[in-house]
Design a protein. Structure first.
Length: 134
């Protein structure tokens, strides 16, 4: 599982707020902020916007997929994938094409993952337990 430093948009100050409250990994972040009610509580407690916290949770959720890191999360986002649940509902072939198009526009990664890798991600997502609730 990824560390908090890999979540796009986390500043040092934000990481310190979470670490000072016992959240030290993306896994613990998911557990503590996976539900909307818990995110509201943490947003108030730490002075962070609820929407921003939800965006970060979506990033952390995708880190659960083997082979997905920060850049691939960003590319998936530009291809319309927000979290594991939305990834599980995608057609690997269509997603692969959308990732190619997104990378052509945004130049996120040097090389996009193979079709086989994208298929594995979708397959993994279909088997995963839902941990983020909206």
């Amino acid at each position: 599982m990824a560390s908090l430093t890999e979540i796009k948009g986390f500043t040092t100050a934000t990481m310190n707020k979470f670490r000072n409250n016992g959240i030290r990994s993306a896994n613990s972040f998911l557990y503590e902020c996976g539900s909307a009610s818990k995110r509201r509580t943490w947003a108030r407690k730490l002075g962070i916007q609820f929407g921003k916290l939800t965006e970060w949770i979506r990033f952390a959720d995708l880190f659960r997929i083997k082979g997905i890191g920060t850049k691939y999360v960003e590319l998936l986002h530009y291809a319309g994938v927000q979290d594991v649940r939305t990834l599980s509902k995608r057609s690997p072939q269509q997603l692969y094409k959308q990732m190619q198009a997104a990378n052509d526009r945004r130049h996120v990664v040097r090389a996009i993952p193979s079709y086989k890798q994208v298929s594995r991600w979708v397959s993994q997502a279909k088997r995963m337990k839902k941990v983020v609730n909206y």
